[in-house]
Design a protein around this ligand. Structure first.
Ligand code: PMP
Length: 300
C-alpha cells in the first residue's frame, strides 16, 4: 500500500452529509482546497455545539462567540447568523441528528502562498453534525484523572484564548502530555503560573462549600458550558468565586470538575496522581451534573 493510501482507522460514517459553502455534500466530497488558509495556517475560527432533543443548546451564544472570534482575527463572516442557524438545522436534519455534536468552522478561504489574509478570497464555511465521545462513559460516574502540563497556555497578547481559532497546537501539545501520562485531559497554567483551563474544557473546584473557577482574565476560553454552570451554582445559592487559582488550590480542593460542550460536566477525582477530596465525585459536582442535564433538556 502506498504511503499516502493508509486507511483511516477512524474514518467517518460514509453516509454523513456535510454542509460546505452552501451545499450538503457526502462526506467523501466535502473537501477543502489545499490553498485555503485554514489548512495552510490554521487561519480560521470554529465552534463546537451540542444539540439535545433536536434543539441546539445556547446557539445564540455560540454564534456570538464565533462572530467575536472572527472579528478578533479580522475575518468578515460570509453569512449572517440567521443563515448560519438555518444551515446548522438543515445539516442536523440531513443526518438525523437530534442529540449530537455540531462542528461549525469558518476558514479564511482560498488564497495564495504567504500569510497575508488580504490575498484570500471568500471564507469557507462547513458544518458537521455528528456525535462525539470525548471521554469514556464510565468516567462520568467514577470521575477522571488529569495531570498538570508543562505547556503554558497562550499568552493573551500572543493569541488570546478567547479566540476559538483553528490553531489548537497549544492545546494539542498539552493533550499529548496528558496521553503520555496515561490520562485524557491536562491542566494548562497561564504565563503567570495560575491555573488557566484544560485542553478542551474549563475547570472548577469546590473548597469548603465555595465553588471556584479561574476568571476570564486568566487567559481562558469563555466557555458556554462554564457560563451555564455558573448560573446553576447561583440558582443553588452556592457561593462562587472567579479567582486566580494555583496548583496548591487544586491539591487541597474537596471537589473538581470540568465543563465543555463536548465534555458536558465531568467529575475529576485525581490531579497529578493525588486524590481530590475522597477520590469520589463530590456532592456539589453530582448536583451540578444533574442540574445541567435538567437545564439542557428544559431550555428552548
Ligand atoms: N476551553 C477550551 C480550550 C475549549 O476548547 C473548550 C471547548 N470549546 C472549552 C474551554 C469549553 O467551552 P464550551 O463550554 O463553550 O464548549
Amino acid at each position: 500500500m502506498a504511503k499516502f493510501d493508509q486507511p483511516n482507522v477512524h474514518a467517518p460514517n460514509p453516509n454523513l452529509k456535510v454542509w460546505l459553502n452552501g451545499r450538503l455534500v457526502p462526506v467523501g466530497e466535502a473537501a477543502i482546497n489545499v490553498f485555503d488558509h485554514g489548512v495552510l495556517y490554521g487561519d480560521g475560527v470554529f465552534e463546537g455545539l451540542r444539540s439535545y432533543g433536536g434543539r441546539v443548546f445556547r446557539l445564540k451564544q455560540h454564534l456570538q462567540r464565533l462572530e467575536d472570534s472572527a472579528r478578533a482575527i479580522r475575518l468578515v463572516m460570509p453569512m449572517p447568523k440567521e443563515e448560519m442557524t438555518e444551515a446548522i438545522y438543515r445539516t442536523m436534519e440531513a443526518n438525523g441528528i437530534r442529540d449530537g455534536y455540531i462542528r461549525l468552522v469558518v476558514t479564511r478561504g482560498v488564497g495564495t502562498l504567504g500569510l497575508s489574509p488580504n490575498r484570500a478570497g471568500c471564507p469557507s464555511v462547513f458544518i458537521i453534525a455528528s456525535q462525539i465521545d470525548l471521554y469514556p462513559r464510565e468516567l462520568y460516574e467514577k470521575g477522571m484523572a488529569i495531570v498538570s502540563t508543562s505547556i503554558v497556555r497562550n499568552h493573551p497578547n500572543a493569541l488570546s484564548a478567547r479566540i476559538k481559532s483553528c490553531n489548537y497546537l497549544n492545546n494539542i501539545l498539552a493533550k499529548i502530555e496528558a496521553q503520555d501520562a496515561g490520562v485524557h485531559e491536562a491542566i494548562m497554567y497561564n504565563h503567570c503560573g495560575y491555573v488557566a483551563e484544560c485542553t478542551g474544557d474549563n475547570i472548577f473546584l469546590v473548597r469548603n462549600g465555595v465553588v471556584q473557577t479561574p476568571p476570564i482574565t486568566a487567559g481562558i476560553l469563555e466557555g458556554i458550558t462554564r457560563d451555564a454552570v455558573i448560573e446553576l451554582v447561583r440558582q443553588r445559592s452556592l457561593p462562587i468565586r472567579e479567582m486566580d487559582l494555583t496548583r496548591h488550590d487544586l491539591y487541597v480542593a474537596d471537589e473538581c470538575f470540568l465543563t465543555g460542550s463536548a465534555a458536558e460536566v465531568i467529575p475529576v477525582t485525581s490531579i497529578d496522581g493525588r486524590p481530590i477530596g475522597n477520590a469520589q465525585p463530590g456532592p456539589v459536582t453530582l448536583q451540578l451534573i444533574a442540574d445541567f442535564r435538567e437545564l439542557v433538556n428544559r431550555e428552548e
